[in-house]
Design a protein around this ligand. Structure first.
Ligand SMILES: Cc1ncc(COP(=O)(O)O)c(C=O)c1O
Length: 501
């Protein structure tokens, strides 16, 4: 491809090449060229700077009541379709970021829209229940048919929640409650001292336990989850937190195949520190009740760790009587080519807890049966999930199955990753370390400044992408992102790199 790229420097050569490719792929892959969402735009279309005048006006209006520093544009969700996000100024962007990785079927998928023609579904949307107290007649069936149907193997208990942060927050509580139950033994009631001391945040009722997390991790922004988030200071500064252990997450050298030994040594070094932290916190009187980890650190820079790292981490957790929580909020729901990313790791046994949100439409967590709380109201809130979102999730899962989207993800992802790897060879001073699974991919830029510049230039070319960590550009397209979308993305990315050289 590097050679082909060199021969394609003139616009005419590129046009001829694209035309030939289209004819060939048109003949061979007719089905893939047709979009999975009918009527989807043929490609990006940029009409003005982004944010354009209408977005700017709306930003000014919103600024009166909210900080809008993070708002990039105002979208037109009536016009957005499939893989294309349309903004209020009429710009049409190929979206490889999909609302921070949370749109499994892109915009306005016809099957999801059709679900609202059913009056039972409409009533489910209108009457949002306090699920812990007044679940609807079909709630248990829905939990089985939808959420348990895609449960990670070996996890038979489920609690729905709202967002990713509150799923982790409540999963952490579940771990602490389980850990104390194991310590107490099954039949021992809470003592009066425990009952009274917990009311004033003191041990033994509020015990000095801890949860281990990793440098670079992101698990959310609520207080407990934030204590385990370590990706950017701006998320944490000024907010009191816990003294809990933080272990190093492996930092690999790329390409992986050229650095096998160094990366194995890196795994070993990090795992030794995990073991040391168990000892250190036990000595401090703050036993580690659990470990929380992302299968791929996402906000922190798309940092990967090997299956062997995860296997050994699980063994260490078990040896120390701690639970292993895998946070699949960003990786869950199919973008890595499997429903759950940890399925790639071939663990000895199921993790103890798996949290989800984003592409799954609602938050929640699966656990081993043993971790299910024994008393009511210990893990509880008003909504505890949303049956309306489960209807949407059912629609999403039906489409994933019918359209075989996990294999679409794999095919599109292979093409994207190949393209990214070619770019790192062609533009080594600009980009490096292409990596990931499925379409859950990233590439590093030579500096933070360059990364921001490239993301900005991509937007001007009609590609909505996003950064993560210090220097990475992350790809988080919808599961309906096909090879022809990958071609458009790679073509625009290459144009940006050529113009940046
Ligand atoms: C791995 C992970 N965990 C938790 C969260 C928090 O989810 P939410 O923003 O829905 O609270 C995120 C959000 O990006 C995430 O990527």
């Amino acid at each position: 491809m590097a050679n082909i790229s060199n021969t394609l420097r003139t616009p005419l050569a590129r046009m001829k090449f694209s035309a030939r490719k289209l004819v060939i792929s048109g003949m061979q892959h007719l089905r893939l060229i047709s979009s999975l969402v009918q009527g989807e735009p043929k490609g990006p279309e940029i009409k003005c700077d982004i944010p354009g005048p209408k977005s700017k006006q709306l930003i000014t209006e919103l600024s009166v009541i909210q900080n809008t520093g993070s708002v990039q544009l105002f979208a037109d969700y009536d016009k957005s379709l499939g893989n294309y996000l349309v903004d209020v100024d009429g710009n049409v962007l190929l979206d490889v970021y999909t609302q921070i990785s949370s749109m499994p079927l892109g915009y306005n998928h016809p099957h999801l829209l059709s679900l609202l023609k059913d009056s039972h579904n409409v009533k489910t949307f209108v009457n949002r229940p306090a699920l812990g107290v007044f679940p609807g007649a079909d709630w248990t069936t829905k939990m089985h048919d939808v959420l348990m149907n895609v449960a990670p193997q070996g996890l038979s208990a489920l609690q729905t929640m709202m967002c990713g942060s509150c799923s982790n927050e409540n999963a952490y509580k579940t771990i602490f409650i389980w850990y104390r139950r194991v310590q107490r033994g099954e039949n021992i009631d809470f003592t009066r001292v425990e009952q009274e001391s917990c009311m004033v945040n003191q041990p033994p009722g509020a015990p000095d336990l801890s949860l281990m997390s990793f440098h670079g991790a992101f698990h959310g922004r609520t207080l407990g989850a934030l204590a385990t988030t370590h990706s950017k200071y701006i998320h944490k500064i000024d907010v009191p937190s816990f003294d809990w252990p933080i272990a190093p997450f492996p930092k690999y050298k790329y390409p992986l195949e050229n650095h096998v030994q160094e990366n194995q040594a890196e795994d070993k070094k990090c795992l030794e520190q995990v073991e040391d932290l168990f000892q250190k916190y036990e000595k401090k009187g703050k036993n580690v009740a659990g470990i929380v980890i992302e299968p791929i650190q996402s906000e922190g820079g798309d940092n990967e760790a090997s299956p062997e790292f995860f296997q050994n981490l699980q063994r260490i957790a078990k040896k120390n009587g701690a639970a292993l929580l895998i946070d699949e909020v960003q990786t869950g729901g199919g973008p890595t080519g499997k429903m759950w990313c940890h399925e790639h790791f071939n663990l000895d046994s199921p993790p103890d807890v798996v949290t989800f949100s984003k592409k799954m439409q609602l938050g929640g967590f699966y656990t081993r049966d043993e971790l299910k709380p024994q008393q009511a109201y210990r893990v509880f809130n008003t909504w505890m999930g949303d049956p309306g979102k489960v209807i949407l999730l059912q629609g999403v899962l039906d489409v994933i199955k019918k359209e075989n989207l996990l294999s679409v993800v794999q095919t599109s992802g292979d093409k994207l990753l190949k393209g990214l790897k070619e770019f790192q060879q062609e533009f080594p001073s600009l980009v490096n370390s292409a990596r990931g699974r499925g379409t859950f991919l990233a590439i590093n830029c030579a500096s933070s400044q360059l990364r921001d510049e490239i993301v900005g230039k991509l937007k001007k070319k009609g590609i909505q992408s996003g950064g993560c960590g210090e220097v990475a550009i992350r790809l988080r397209p919808a599961l309906i992102f096909q090879e022809h979308h990958a071609d458009i993305f790679l073509d625009r990315f290459r144009q940006v790199l050529l113009a940046t050289k």
